[in-house]
Ligand binder design. Structure first.
Ligand SMILES: [Zn+2]
Length: 258
C-alpha cells in the first residue's frame, strides 16, 4: 500500500534522488566500460571538447536543463539520453521501493536493475555485453538468496543451464544464432531467478523482440531494415519484469491449471 503522508513522500523523494545519482554514475559506466576506461579514475569530460565537467554541471537531470542540453564550454549538444537514463534509474529505484518496501532486498534488486540497464545500453550501442557486468550479477544473486532466505539451489542451477545450454548447443548448428554475451547473460540471470522465472524472461524477451522486429520490418525505414538488433536489451527487460512481477505472473498463470 502506498501511504501519502509527508514522511513517506520525503522518503520516496530521497529514494528517487538516490536513483538519479546512480543513473548519473551509470552514464559513466555505459560510456567507459566498452571503451576500457577505468570508471573510478578521472573526472567526467565532454566527449566533444574533452573539457573536464565541473561539479556544478554534474547534477543529474537539472544540469542538463540549466545548460539547455549544451556543453558549457564548446556549446556542443549533449545527448538527451543522459538525462533519460538518469530519470529511468530514478524511477526504477522508486518503483522497486514502492513494490518491495524499503528493505535490503529492494537495494539488491536496485543494484541488479542498474546493471541490467547498463547492459541494455551497452549492448544497444556496441552489440556486445561486457563480461564484468554479467559476472557482477553472480554475487548479487547469492546476496539476494541470502536476503530473502530463498536459496532454491537446484532451481537456480537448472535456471542457469535451462536456456544457456540449448543456446550454446544451437551455435554448432546455426552459426551466430546467438551472441556469446546473450548466452552468458541467460546463465547468470538463471542463477539469479531460478528456472521458472528465467523461462518467463525468455518468453517476455522473445515476444517483445518479435513485436518490435515485425514493427521495424513493416516500417518503410530502409536504414533499420536488415540491421542486426541486439537481444540483450529484451533479455534485461524481461528479467526485470520477472524479478518484480514474476511471482504474481506465475501464480496467475498456474491458477488456470489448479
Ligand atoms: Zn564540450
Amino acid at each position: 500500500m502506498i501511504i501519502f503522508d509527508l514522511q513517506f513522500l520525503s522518503l520516496y523523494l530521497l529514494v528517487f534522488v538516490f536513483g538519479l545519482v546512480i543513473g548519473s554514475f551509470l552514464n559513466v559506466v555505459i560510456y567507459r566500460v566498452p571503451n576500457n576506461i577505468s570508471i573510478s579514475k578521472g573526472r567526467s569530460y565532454c566527449p566533444k571538447c574533452n573539457h573536464k565537467i565541473q561539479n556544478r554541471d554534474l547534477i543529474p537531470v537539472l544540469s542538463y536543463l540549466i545548460l539547455g542540453g549544451k556543453c558549457r564550454h564548446c556549446k556542443g549538444k549533449i545527448s538527451l539520453r543522459y538525462p533519460i537514463i538518469e530519470l529511468t534509474t530514478g524511477l526504477l529505484a522508486l518503483g522497486i521501493v514502492l513494490i518491495k518496501g524499503i528493505f535490503l532486498e529492494a537495494l539488491i534488486l536496485f543494484a541488479i536493475g542498474a546493471i541490467l540497464l547498463a547492459i541494455t545500453m551497452i549492448d544497444w550501442d556496441t552489440m556486445t555485453i561486457p563480461n564484468s557486468l554479467i559476472i557482477a550479477l553472480v554475487p548479487l544473486a547469492i546476496l539476494l538468496a541470502w536476503a530473502t532466505g530463498d536459496w532454491n539451489i537446484w532451481g537456480r542451477i537448472i535456471g542457469a543451464l535451462v536456456i544457456s545450454v540449448p543456446m550454446y548447443i544451437s551455435l554448432y548448428f546455426i552459426e551466430e544464432s546467438f551472441g556469446g554475451g546473450d548466452i552468458k547473460l541467460f546463465a547468470a540471470l538463471g542463477l539469479l531467478l531460478g528456472w521458472e522465472k528465467i523461462l518467463l524472461t525468455l518468453i517476455i524477451a522473445s515476444v517483445i523482440a518479435a513485436i518490435i522486429g515485425i514493427t521495424m520490418t513493416k516500417s518503410k525505414k530502409e536504414s533499420i531494415k536488415g540491421k542486426h538488433i541486439p537481444f540483450g536489451p529484451y533479455i534485461c527487460f524481461g528479467a526485470m519484469i520477472a524479478i518484480l512481477f514474476g511471482d504474481a505472473i506465475l501464480s496467475w498463470y498456474l491458477g488456470f491449471y489448479i
